[in-house]
Ligand binder design. Sequence first.
Ligand SMILES: [Zn+2]
Length: 284
Amino acid sequence: MAQTSHTAELGDFELTLVRDSVYWWDGGAMFGVVPKTLWSRKIPADDQNRIPMGFNCYVIRTGEHTILIDTGGGDKMDARARERAKLPPVPETLPVAIQRHGIDPESVDIVINSHLHWDHCNGNTVLTPAGAVPAFPRARYFASRGEWEHAHERHPRDSVAYIDANYDPLIESGHMTLVEDGFEVAPGVKMLRARGHNRDMMVVTAESRGRTFCFLSDLAPTAAHLQPTWIPGFDLYPLDSIDSKMHWLARAVEEDWLCGFAHDTQIAFTKIAADPKVKFVAAE
Ligand SMILES: [Zn+2]
């Protein structure tokens, strides 16, 4: 079922949603070809057509590791960009947000980036006069190699989504490892490619005692995007987004997975249910 509580248990693992603030983004861009008359019933827009989006990060405590999935919007946006997104002028840092949930940020020893768009990895590093340094110095960082290569292609369509200070300094200092599809970052925790939003975005699955959590990332940024054809205008490969959703969400239903979204502001954890009309919904 859908739950708003920020913590959940999964076998031996403890899961925590850390919402690194809420930003407001163009609703039309988030729903692509879906008419506003339909999407605005799910997420109402403000007078500038913006809808609220969480920078959702998840912490998995396995007993052995403290794993952070995605690092949110960070502090690299300038004042104008922050104002446009209705963000407070001075951000709360992610380590402080993690601390607020009763988790010692120093204990984070693994950081996973589902992909390298700024809204998923801006909190990886902190800018100092000496350059970008890791925000989680004890952690090993993991990201998809194909995604990093794409970031450096600087394609005009999406180059604006990439900020090299979020990953290149970490690769140079040996903090970040670039990985392939299926990489197991810790026992039971895997990064799995789900093409669509872009070529190499990863969902993250965590399995303990036969139960599975899946961070869907931008495969379904909010519960409203579970319907396979409701695809953000940002997605580079919308037909693949549909195929990927059919594949991953069918598994989530069959295997009774608990799921988390990258940007939903209401739901922290939810099971997915099959629906005769729209195929998949957040379970009631
Ligand atoms: Zn995103």
